[in-house]
Design a protein around this ligand. Structure first.
Ligand SMILES: [Zn+2]
Length: 288
């Protein structure tokens, strides 16, 4: 696709636990893309990010990675091998000729997904292996000090299970891809998708597990409304699709427990692996 003269092209990077992907983005569209398997050492990962950005091009780069990012410092990105407080931006700057902006990968994906709602406040709750998300105001990410929208760590049950974050009863400790997979295994099912399918076929044990999960998610939706009263909440990720048992159950519980004044709309969005690239690029463009 030819570049439009006068349009700013920026690079978006999705630095994941398996792949490092990069794309050149202009006008919200991907022009070019590259990817490499994530190498083991941190020095090699920095070099790979720099090489991919050089290959796709762009006058700035937004990098989404799996960790909380505060003032360019990355906390707890265990999948990538960072220790707490690693200054990733400072490590990347000498390798790149363009400005670097870092953000959390779930925030990047949420920002990409929210592009279809350019006005008002959009809160995105994404369910994958864990639960993440972001708050977007008029198309721009509002990260707070860095971690705003990390909805997996809203407390929805003070007496609930321990969470890897050190808390108790976090939403992510009660319902996430990881939790549903182990619940599925306990019922002799291979994975979370099989659990959702079993509930759809009328399996009462599977339905019971998912109903509790749906109630926890609806409680999370209620907390998001209390904190942000957004125009819309987008439930993202395949298990929360509107036609799945879980997606329907979250909506039903929300309709039952919503405050009477709440006007927030619930939307659903499926998996979109370009969203993180587009969102990371949009974040860099917003800060040029
Ligand atoms: Zn937690």
């Amino acid at each position: 696709m030819p570049e439009v003269t006068g349009t700013v092209t920026v690079a978006g990077v999705d630095w994941g636990g398996t792949w490092i992907r990069a794309a050149a983005v202009a006008d919200g569209r991907i022009l070019r893309r590259e990817r490499r398997a994530k190498p083991a050492s941190l020095a090699e990962q920095y070099a790979t990010v720099a090489e991919l950005v050089r290959r796709v091009g762009g006058s700035a780069v937004g990098v989404g990675l799996a960790g909380v990012v505060q003032e360019g410092l990355v906390g707890t990105a265990a999948n990538l091998g960072f220790t707490d407080g690693t200054d990733v931006a400072a490590a990347l700057r000498p390798l790149l000729a363009v400005p670097v902006r870092l953000l959390n990968d779930a925030q990047a994906a949420a920002l990409g997904l929210a592009a279809r709602w350019p006005h008002g406040t959009t809160a995105v709750l994404t369910m994958g292996t864990g639960i993440g998300g972001a708050v977007i105001r008029d198309g721009a990410l509002d990260p707070g000090l860095g971690g705003a929208g990390d909805f997996g760590h809203m407390v929805v049950d003070l007496g609930g299970p321990r969470c890897p974050c050190g808390g108790t009863g976090c939403l992510e400790a009660l319902v996430s891809g990881r939790v549903l997979a182990s619940a599925a295994n306990a019922l002799g099912l291979p994975d979370a998708a099989a659990l959702v399918a079993a509930a759809g076929r009328g399996d009462e044990r599977a339905a019971g597990v998912l109903d509790r999960s749906a109630l926890a998610l609806a409680a999370g939706v209620r907390s998001i409304v209390a904190a942000h009263d957004p125009h819309r909440i987008v439930l993202a990720g395949a298990p929360l699709a509107p036609d799945t048992w879980l997606g329907r159950a979250v909506r039903a519980h929300w309709d039952r427990i919503r405050p009477h004044w709440a006007r927030t709309e619930l939307h659903h969005a499926g998996d979109d692996e370009d969203a993180a690239l587009l969102g990371a690029a949009a974040y860099a463009l917003d800060r040029l």
